[in-house]
Design a protein around this ligand. Structure first.
Ligand code: PXP
Length: 240
């Protein structure tokens, strides 16, 4: 299972002072040097953290599988088609939200979503759709021609440990349904040391994308140590 490190919040910290430090490109490089298997960045419409130049530099300079998280807008599809990252993850985006709040509603999505999937996949990009672990959403994502889904782990990760059971059961059956529908299965949002293990234990999950906790915990432990610990949690569940 791949660990993809989301470096958005290195850019958040940089932007707080308006300068160039800390640099998300350097953070992406360090993540890979520390054993991460890929890098994720979300270029938001309002550019609140990652900026166009960060994305371009990470795509060009960091030898890693880049997962470009994006809204399915004409602007973002244009950027993806120019940069051709190996993978894109289509997410819903609302201007006022603090972070991506829920999965995409593929059942009620505008025709733009299907068009974005077709254009990106046609360019050889692996297209994933960020959704709730709901059988109807999974079937709709497969129908639309996505190669992967990323299951939203936020409600599970945010729940108190004793209340996580039902969320986990839903994610487990979602992961199985995704694979049965011929989709690759990824997972992410809100994951931390205490919530990663049960997700890593799901054999269907091929990638986790982790940002906020990983970058925050790096303040205390350093990014290499945090990545090593996350990789050890994954290895304990998956071997290797
Ligand atoms: N996956 C998706 C689709 C996301 O939108 C985010 C947040 O940017 C993440 C994973 C990572 O979530 P977190 O920053 O809470 O680890």
């Amino acid at each position: 299972m791949r660990l993809s490190v989301n470096v958005d919040h290195v850019a958040t910290l940089r932007n707080a002072r308006g300068g160039s430090f800390p640099c998300p490109v350097a953070a992406a490089r360090l993540a890979i040097d520390s054993g991460a298997d890929g890098v994720t960045v979300h270029l938001r419409e309002d550019r609140r953290h990652i900026r166009d130049r960060d994305l371009e530099r990470i795509a060009a300079e960091v030898p890693a599988r880049l997962n470009f998280e994006m809204a399915a807008t004409a602007e973002m599809v244009g950027i993806a088609l120019r940069l051709r990252p190996p993978a894109c993850c289509l997410v819903p985006e609302k201007r006022q939200e603090l972070t991506t709040e829920g999965g995409l509603d593929v059942l009620r999505a505008a025709p733009d979503l299907g068009e974005a999937v077709r254009r990106l996949a046609g360019a050889g990009i692996e297209v994933s759709i960020f959704i709730e672990a709901d059988p109807a959403q999974i079937a709709a994502a497969a129908q639309l021609g996505a190669q992967a889904v990323e299951l939203h782990t936020g409600a599970y990760a945010d729940a108190a440990p004793e209340a996580r059971g039902p969320h986990l059961a839903r994610l487990r059956s979602g992961a199985a349904a995704a694979r049965a529908a011929g989709l690759l299965c990824h997972a992410g949002h809100g994951l931390a040391y205490d919530s990663l293990g049960p997700i890593a234990a799901m054999p269907e999950v091929a990638e986790v994308s982790i940002g906020h906790f990983l970058i925050g915990q790096s303040v205390f432990e350093g990014m290499p140590a945090v990545i090593r610990r996350m990789k050890a949690i994954i290895a304990a569940e998956r071997g290797g």
